[in-house]
Ligand binder design. Sequence first.
Ligand SMILES: Nc1ncnc2c1ncn2[C@@H]1O[C@H](COP(=O)(O)OP(=O)(O)OP(=O)(O)O)[C@@H](O)[C@H]1O
Ligand SMILES: [Mg+2]
Length: 334
Amino acid sequence: MIEVQHLTKRYGPVTAVDDISFRVEQGEILGFLGPNGAGKTTTMRILTGYMPATDGKAIVAGFDVFAKPIDAKARTGYLPETPPLYPDMTVREYLTFVAKLKMPKKTTAADRRARVEAIMKKTFVDDMAARHCGKLSKGYRQRVGLAQALIHDPEVLILDEPTAGLDPKQIIETRDLVRSLKGDHTVVLSTHILPEVAQTCERVVIINKGRVVAVDTPENLTRQLRGSSSLYVQVDVTGGDAHATLRSVPGVTKVDVADRHEGFVGYELHAEQQRDVRRDVARAIVDRGMGLLEMRPMRMSLEDIFLQLTTNEQSAPGEAPTPAGQAAEGGSHA
Ligand SMILES: Nc1ncnc2c1ncn2[C@@H]1O[C@H](COP(=O)(O)OP(=O)(O)OP(=O)(O)O)[C@@H](O)[C@H]1O
Ligand SMILES: [Mg+2]
């Protein structure tokens, strides 16, 4: 449904997007994750035809966004970083205005009205229908922005930080709303909130300094980057030398103290890759007369992965990306 090939965008000397390629299948929700200034908004502006690329190609819903911008735009809903609201219009007036622009010309006024009412309910802004857009809170502005993106029921939705500025309850509502679009719509959403991609997206593209550093499911990313497998083991150390015991288990390469309490100690154990040392660890502790209180694998969180990929590029899986250099700083609101 979306195909991005070698997309590059330079602002003068700044390379904001540097040779990005990825695909989004029909009905999929793709998370676009990266730190400030990574190039998320720039990529989304290009995909929605708001800005030309310097190089490369983007196909949305079967149409090249540069060669066939009108066809591509008609099938795309876009929530920009700053929703384009008219301050003097009420929410209902504004959405009716957008509906006139975006819904097919043959739509009757009654159908249009019904659509506006339905979309206000769906995005939880119906209680503010008569409020002027200029007087809305940030959370409501954001959701009216989402309503205008959805109004013509587009195949493709490009959402630039859809939950930015929302309170926790609104975040959950918006997340559920985005999830409900799955299947019927193809969604790309950008965020720098990690739990968001794990909970909403099936696949994640992580970009940093304009370059793709990883593309995978949240689960695979976690697995792939776990590195040497590590275990957390909590031991009742009374009457034994737990550290030496753990160190002596075949396959264990490193033992660190993770936390220490009265009478029991938590250890972080590193083992050779692909080697399951759990049975031997349990036996060793119990045989030496100590108590095994807890044992669990220490999985890398998505947060750890993100930090690893965006701060230490050498350790990225696959090809090691070269930093794009200048495109590091934030300040994307030019
Ligand atoms: N109009 C512009 N002129 C010059 N440089 C720009 C312009 N817009 C963005 N940039 C630069 O391009 C890079 C990527 O910016 P972009 O807004 O795409 O990042 P982002 O990933 O959306 O960041 P954020 O998380 O802060 O929204 C940044 O270095 C930014 O300063
Ligand atoms: Mg942005």
